[in-house]
Write a protein that binds this ligand. Structure first.
Ligand SMILES: Nc1ncnc2c1ncn2[C@@H]1O[C@H](COP(=O)(O)OP(=O)(O)OP(=O)(O)O)[C@@H](O)[C@H]1O
Ligand SMILES: O=P(O)(O)OC[C@@]1(O)O[C@H](CO)[C@@H](O)[C@@H]1O
Length: 303
């Protein structure tokens, strides 16, 4: 079974404004409230791909209830810890460019944190835990390490999509997959990356540090897949970008879901790229018809 963990979910409030004027009253031309948070996005795309999974993490208040109801309506299995404070609302402002304003997240009390730890004690050998997104400050940066410890003890696998020290700490614990974009990769090693060869050099470094599979996404420039079997490049399909929020999460869902169902890493890579692009070309997350259509446009070449 695949479990996704979203420690800091959100309602993504997507707001479109024609010509943003700071310091004035602006009227929205369109707005949309979507359930968000990286692990929740992964669960929604896994569900679209008909890959069994359960979403967990923390949800609270009216915003938390909105997300829970939405997931219920999509028949997504969920098992969140209910927290006292409201789940955050993240603003995704579209005014020509995309600007994001993310909340820090609610306070998570010790008893609430322990309730999640207890839920994850149910993990079994062979399960995959997808840990995605920011950690609410009240939990402390080391919280992911606690969850990974449970994984290791239960002989489950884990995927981690986070940044900075939390990602560095996780690498030594041998994640199944990490998926930085090329900017995050450069930031992680404190370098500038200008060429594909440099991306490969630092991507390989992630493997040497402990990751089994590394995906480096490059938005419209496609993606690289690095494992001990070699390095592969996939082009990104062409299309009109509507909303790239969640493209990276969709890529993780496509990769992990296909890998768990087929064991074929290159098919997993192809579905990952198609799922990421299908989300970039949609208002909400990827739908199955578009994922299928885009899969046929992806060429994978070994480098
Ligand atoms: N402009 C685009 N055109 C085509 N495909 C795209 C585009 N942007 C994203 N994608 C697809 O989504 C995948 C992941 O995108 P990206 O590299 O932006 O990840 P990310 O930065 O983690 O995304 P985000 O943080 O927006 O969820 C890419 O590898 C590609 O397949
Ligand atoms: O603040 P975090 O946890 O780093 O990221 C949260 C977030 O930006 O990530 C998702 C897209 O990947 C959105 O649904 C959500 O708003």
């Amino acid at each position: 079974m695949i479990y996704t963990v979203t420690l800091n979910p959100s309602i993504d409030y997507i707001v479109e404004v024609e010509d943003l004027k700071l310091g004035s009253l602006n009227r929205m031309t369109r707005d949309l409230k979507l359930p968000g948070g990286k692990g929740i996005n992964v669960s929604r795309v896994l569900n679209t791909l008909e890959v069994p999974n359960t979403a967990t993490g923390f949800l609270g208040g009216f915003t938390g209830r909105y997300i829970e109801q939405w997931l219920g309506e999509e028949n997504i299995s969920s098992d969140f810890v209910t927290v006292n404070d409201d789940t955050r609302i993240n603003i995704k402002l579209k005014a020509g460019e995309e600007t994001e304003i993310n909340g820090t997240g609610p306070v998570i009390r010790d008893t609430e944190a322990e309730a999640l730890v207890l839920k994850l004690e149910a993990l079994q050998a062979g399960d995959i835990l997808v840990l995605s997104g920011s950690v609410p400050p009240s939990l402390g940066a080391a919280f992911y390490s606690r969850l990974i410890d449970i994984c290791k003890r239960k002989e489950a696998e884990f995927v981690i999509d986070t940044t900075g020290q939390a990602l560095k700490d996780a690498l030594a614990l041998e994640p199944l997959l990490v998926k930085p974009n090329h900017h995050e990769l450069a930031e992680l090693f404190g370098v500038r990356i200008n060429t594909r060869d440099e991306i490969i050099t630092y991507g390989r470094r992630l493997m040497e540090l402990g990751a089994r599979y590394v995906l480096v996404s490059m938005a419209g420039e496609g993606a690289l897949f690095i494992s001990d079997q070699g390095v592969y490049y996939a082009n990104a399909p062409k299309g009109k970008v509507k909303n790239s929020v969640g493209a990276g999460d969709s890529m993780i869902a496509g990769f992990v879901g296909t890998l768990s169902m087929t064991g074929d890493v290159l098919e997993a890579f192809r579905t990952g790229v198609a799922s990421g692009s299908a989300t970039a070309f949609s208002d909400d997350l990827a739908e199955i018809a578009l994922i299928g259509q885009l899969r046929t446009q992806i060429e994978i070449e070994q480098i």
